[in-house]
Design a protein around this ligand. Structure first.
Ligand code: CTP
Ligand code: MG
Length: 227
C-alpha cells in the first residue's frame, strides 16, 4: 500500500510549455530523447525517486496524448491542462494533489534528473525543510551590468537552482494563494516572498534544463550511453 495523507509524496511535473527556444513543431515535453518523451522520463524519475503519485500539467491540446504516454501507471499519474505561465500550471496541478503532505515541483524539461536527487529533496523535507531546492555551483565567471560598464562579482556567492523543489504542501498552497500577478521563475522564490526559509541540497549535472537545441543533442548522447 502506498502511504496516504501526511506521509504521502505527490509530484507535480510541469510540462505545459511550448518550447519556443527549441523551435520544434511539437511542445518541448513531447520531444523524445532516445525514443522516450521528455515528460515520460520526468515522471519515471519522480516515481523512482520516491513520489507516490504524479500530476502532470500538459499543453491543453496534448492532455490525451500525454495521458497515453503514462497509461502504464494507472491512477498514480493524472494529466491535466496547464496554464499560461509556469506558475499557473503549478497552481492548477496543486489543486489535484489532495491530502499529500509533501509536494515536489519538477520541470519536465529536466528530463534526465537522477532519482537520487528526487530522494534527497524528499528526505530534506521530511527532516523539516519547508521549501527545499537542489543547487549547483556557478562555473563561469560572472559580471554585473551597471549602466554601460560591467563589474566582476564573486561567483562563489551565487548558486544555480534546479528542480525538483520540495515543499510542505500547505506552504506551497499558501505561497500560490498569495502570489498575485507577479511572475516567478520557480516555486521556492514564491515561498521566500511569504518569508519561508529556503534550504538547499546538492543538485546534479544531469538535472540540467533542456532549453536550447544544443541541450537536446547532449541529452540524446547521455540517454543513448545509458541504454
Ligand atoms: N511550463 C508549464 N506551463 C507554462 C510554461 C512552462 O508547465 N505555461 C513548464 C515547461 O513545460 C517546462 C518548465 O515549465 O517543463 C520550465 O519552463 P521552460 O524550460 O521555460 O519551458 P518552455 O516554456 O516550454 O520553453 P520556452 O520558454 O523556450 O518556450
Ligand atoms: Mg518558458
Amino acid at each position: 500500500m502506498s502511504p496516504r495523507g501526511k506521509d504521502e509524496v505527490a509530484a507535480i511535473v510541469v510540462a505545459a510549455g511550448s518550447g519556443v527556444r527549441l523551435g520544434r513543431e511539437v511542445p518541448k515535453a513531447a520531444i523524445e530523447i532516445a525514443g522516450v518523451p521528455m515528460v515520460a522520463r520526468a515522471v519515471q524519475a519522480m516515481m523512482a525517486g520516491g513520489a507516490d503519485r504524479v500530476v502532470v500539467a500538459a499543453p491543453e491540446a496534448w492532455v490525451d496524448r500525454f495521458a497515453a504516454f503514462m497509461a502504464g501507471y494507472g491512477d498514480r499519474v493524472k494529466v491535466i491542462a496547464g496554464g499560461v505561465m509556469r506558475q499557473d500550471s503549478v497552481r492548477l496541478a496543486l489543486a489535484q494533489v489532495g491530502g499529500a503532505g509533501i509536494v515536489l515541483v519538477h520541470d519536465a524539461a529536466r528530463a534526465l534528473v537522477p532519482p537520487f536527487v528526487v530522494d534527497r529533496v524528499i528526505e530534506a523535507v521530511r527532516d523539516g525543510g519547508r521549501a527545499v531546492i537542489p543547487v549547483m555551483p556557478q562555473v563561469d565567471s560572472l559580471r554585473r551590468i551597471r549602466r554601460n560598464v560591467t563589474v566582476s562579482v564573486d561567483r562563489s556567492t551565487f548558486l544555480r537552482v534546479q528542480t525538483p523543489q520540495g515543499f510542505e504542501t500547505e506552504v506551497l498552497r499558501k505561497a500560490h494563494a498569495t502570489s498575485g500577478d507577479k511572475e516567478y521563475t520557480d516555486d521556492a522564490t514564491m515561498c521566500e516572498a511569504i518569508d519561508v526559509a529556503v534550504t538547499t541540497v546538492p543538485g546534479d549535472g544531469l538535472a540540467f534544463k533542456i532549453t536550447e537545441p544544443m541541450d537536446l543533442v547532449l541529452a540524446e548522447v547521455i540517454a543513448r550511453g545509458e541504454s
